[in-house]
Design a protein around this ligand. Sequence first.
Ligand code: Q46
Ligand code: ZN
Length: 306
Amino acid sequence: MRHHRLSLCGEHLLPWVRAQVARAIRKYRMFGPDERVLVAVSGGKDSLTLWDILLDLGYQADGLYINLGIDGYSDASQAKAEAFAVGKPGARLRVVDVRGEYGASIPELARAHRGRKTCSLCGLVKRHIMNQAACEGGYAAIATGHNLDDEVAVLMQNTLRWSVGYLRRQAPVLPPEPGLARKVKPLCRVRERESAAFALVRGIDYIYDECPHAAGATTLFYKDILNQLENRSRGTKEMFYLNFLQAREQYDLFRAEREQVALHPCAHCGQPTTTPGLCAFCRLWVPPEQADDLASACGQADEDDE
Ligand code: Q46
Ligand code: ZN
């Protein structure tokens, strides 16, 4: 733990990481001890580490695995998530198969929507399914395994572009709105290396391979730059992220942007969307001509809204 001037053995690493997570949950008021949490589990080190920690801290944390139908990746990562759940007392896992549930895998969906990026479609599908599962299951929050390195890389990307809409939504906690579950990131103060070390020491068997679509992702490029900055100046990542969060709260950045967003229920699924008619998720599954008819019947603009 170079940034903390700490050197921990395996035995002390585990309580140290757990304490970091427990502190983040309290500090950012993510959820209370009696609230149920749905953990989005990918089979990777961060989400399984998070699930392991939440259960050991005594939270009622269930897992949700979404099978995206990506060849050579999805079935292997599902197997890791299922194996973890079988071996962990109190772990209950729900699996949603995108193709089985909606008729097409993510790669098939990407082929049907040429011109749109696979990861952007995938993100839209995952957010919709997670929110639906959390709302239907009566969970207080959806917890994702984003770690500090993930958060800092996205922050850098969004800051360089001044993507105000994304910066507004970048926080350890996104509060609930009607039809939208609270979203929390309990690993936001844990570094990627710490999360990986935790999984290793705990003997958590996770999928090492990245999703094949992650290759060349811009966040990996930013992570590399940030690691170089960190090597030059210890604590850069944490300072960048924490000062951003502080400024966000203190000066209520992006308030004007927040006030402009009005939500309506989707005509098909009922989930909130920024425009009347179908939400961006439901529009994915209808043929383009039909989507246009539905949109004009509802007076809906053609824009992505989730
Ligand atoms: S799973 Fe989906 Fe990621 Fe694969 S297709 Fe892209 S968004 S890279 S986290
Ligand atoms: Zn919908």
